[in-house]
Design a protein around this ligand. Structure first.
Ligand code: GLN
Ligand code: ZN
Length: 605
């Protein structure tokens, strides 16, 4: 309930507790009937700061569970951070096992052992990282376990993963034929199956000590970790130096927004309410099949390139025909907005079968950022400049931002995430500069994942937002004032991070707003967001074609909130998952609506 959201303002979600607890009771009774010995209840909310009322609700729930007459025992699991100020509460709950994530927060172990509040509860130590794909450090884990052993009898200690294994791929052994994963790299990695083996080995080491069998495994683990510290595959001094040499000036544009805006309007000569799209055009079955065949070697490079070229050209012609103002090349060469860049950057590698659930039934194969990141050659200039070469209209270059690449990958754990992010930012910065040199005057750097990187505890937000926003700015700030930088974010709550969004200082931001009827703009209005903004007027999650009346209604709303000269007209997000017929009809309506807006406000500009 605490992670949920209420529709009616002022409604207290916790009022539902009394209705929900009996449902849990039924469920617990049913589970107990199956002869289940332990029931784990996940309460990751305990890794956030809770109010007294919220803490009381937790206490009331577990007191209630303890009155249910069952034989099963309760495990309370928390992960992704420590219990923090909720520790005493957790320790006093009527449960049998308390699970802690000592990967993300090892200090809580000291706190727990010091309090003596554990009583006869079992302490479940999450020593193996369930959220990442690196091998465990046995030496470090053993130290933690021994610390617990000094205070607790062995049968009061469990060993496990820090959190559920749904976040990591299934089995490293499946990668036997993956040439990217050579033996040096492979020894650093552990997927779900390997993590379970690690727990078993740790237990053997604890129980049997270092005997002939276990000592070999211990040494193997130690030498793999040492090899990773020094491997030339990982460490690139030029990259490290470049990050170390970054100065504040590298993340600032030459002039402030108001000056840039004037110069850009002069250079780009766009009409009021300029129309554009977010980047991708329909990735039809044909596009996906041709790419799959190319990857399997059934289609030659030449044939594949010719195919992409033709798709791109047809898209440009279509965009000209519907008379959009700022065109895109369509992203037909991209399988995924992170994978496409990851495959071209040094320091990242890809599994063949490393699928993890992203949401619902969707799965992704995140890249593994294992080493210092650099760009050996331009990644997008070819298709962006091809598209620009066949039209007189402006074509917008399309890049994925450093924070999103970081956020949607498995990230190395041997240096701060902020450093890795800055390395990616520098690679994107070089790409932005190359696009500018190739004559591209508008460049979009997508950051849909910026908000989801926020730490659990609010007190940690500022640190994250500072480095994340700065990384975006490093990627965006090497261009002339006349070059227009766009960014794009999908559905997100902007209220509590609006200041950081403004600090990104993108010349234009496009965001998802159509379904909420511009409600999401409230943060921008209250903040008096100064830069240009494209509130999405076409919900791309549905095949439904929005009518001109609907689009104009949304545009009217937007024009009552922002100066006309700051408003762009665009869909909510990329059109990748749409089909051509509805895309065509919707974009025709979108352009017609923008034209009618121009006529409406014409003389009052
Ligand atoms: N440029 C990307 C696209 O249009 C943006 C996708 C996203 O926001 N997730 O597909
Ligand atoms: Zn989007």
């Amino acid at each position: 309930m605490l992670l949920g959201k209420e529709n009616e303002e002022g409604f207290n979600r916790l009022e539902l507790l009394d209705a929900i607890l009996p449902i849990y009771q039924q469920l617990i009774l049913d589970i107990d009937k199956q002869g289940v010995e332990f029931l784990q209840i996940d309460e990751p909310i305990l890794a956030t700061d809770l109010t007294v009322v919220e803490q009381q609700a937790i206490k009331r729930s577990y007191d209630y569970f303890s009155t249910i007459k069952v034989g099963l025992k309760y495990i309370l699991a928390n992960y992704f951070d420590g219990y923090g100020k909720n520790l005493e509460l957790a320790l006093k709950l009527p449960i049998h096992v308390l699970h802690i994530d000592v990967v993300r927060c090892s200090l809580q172990l000291d706190d727990i052992l010091e309090t003596n509040l554990l009583g006869d509860k079992v302490l479940s130590l999450g020593v193996v990282d369930g959220r990442n794909i690196w091998i465990n450090d046995f030496e470090k884990s053993l130290q933690l376990i021994q610390k617990a052993q000094a205070k607790l009898p062995d049968d009061q200690i469990w060993l496990g993963t820090s959190c559920s294994l749904l976040h990591v791929p299934y089995d490293l052994d499946l990668e036997v034929n993956n040439t990217q994963l050579n033996n040096e790299v492979k020894q650093w990695l552990a997927f779900a199956k390997q993590k379970l083996q690690e727990i078993t080995v740790l237990k053997q080491l604890v129980v049997n000590g270092k005997n002939d069998e276990t000592v070999a495994l211990f040494i193997k683990n130690k030498s793999a970790n040492e090899n990773r510290k020094l491997s030339t595959l990982i460490h690139n001094n030029a990259v490290k130096q470049r990050v170390a040499n970054l100065t504040l000036a590298d993340s600032e544009r030459t002039s402030q927004f108001s000056i840039r805006q004037e110069l850009q309007h002069k250079a780009l000569k766009l009409p009021l309410f300029p129309t554009t799209t977010i980047g991708s055009f329909p990735q039809t079955k044909e596009v996906r099949q041709t790419r799959a065949k190319f990857k399997k070697g059934e289609v030659t490079q030449e044939a594949y390139d010719a195919f992409i070229q033709q798709e791109t050209e047809e898209t440009i012609r279509f965009e000209e025909e519907v008379d959009l103002d700022v065109l895109v090349h369509g992203e037909f060469e991209r399988n995924d907005m992170v994978e496409y860049f990851g495959e071209q950057l040094e320091g990242l590698l890809f599994t063949k079968f490393g699928w993890v659930q992203s949401y619902g039934t969707r799965c992704v194969k995140p890249p593994i950022i294992f080493g210092d990141v650099s760009r050996s050659e331009p990644m997008t200039v070819r298709w962006s400049s091809y598209a620009q070469s066949i039209t007189k209209k402006h074509v917008k270059g399309m890049l994925t931002g450093p924070v999103t690449i970081l956020q949607w990958s498995f990230v190395r754990n041997d240096q701060p995430r902020s450093v890795t992010c800055n390395q990616i930012a520098l690679a994107i910065r070089d790409e932005v500069r190359d696009l500018e040199h190739a004559g591209v005057k508008i460049i979009q750097i997508d950051e849909p994942a910026l908000r989801e990187g926020l730490p659990l505890r609010k007190e940690d937000w500022k640190t994250y937002l500072d480095w994340a926003v700065n990384a975006f700015k490093i990627s965006a700030s090497a261009v002339k004032d006349e070059t227009q930088i766009h960014t794009h974010m999908c559905y997100a709550e902007f209220n509590d991070i609006i200041e950081s969004i403004a600090h990104m200082d993108a010349d234009v931001i496009t965001i998802e707003t159509s379904r909420s009827e511009m409600e999401l703009l409230k943060a921008f209005v209250d903040f008096e967001y100064p830069n240009e903004i494209g509130p999405g007027v076409y919900d791309i999650h549905s095949p439904r074609v929005p009518s001109r009346a609907e689009i104009e209604y949304l545009l009217d709303k937007a024009s009552s909130l922002f100066p006309y000269k700051n408003i762009w007209v665009n869909p909510d997000c990329g059109l990748k998952t749409r089909d051509w017929p509805e895309t065509k009809s919707a974009l025709k309506n979108l352009v017609a609506s923008a034209i009618s807006m121009r006529e409406k406000v014409g003389s009052t500009v």
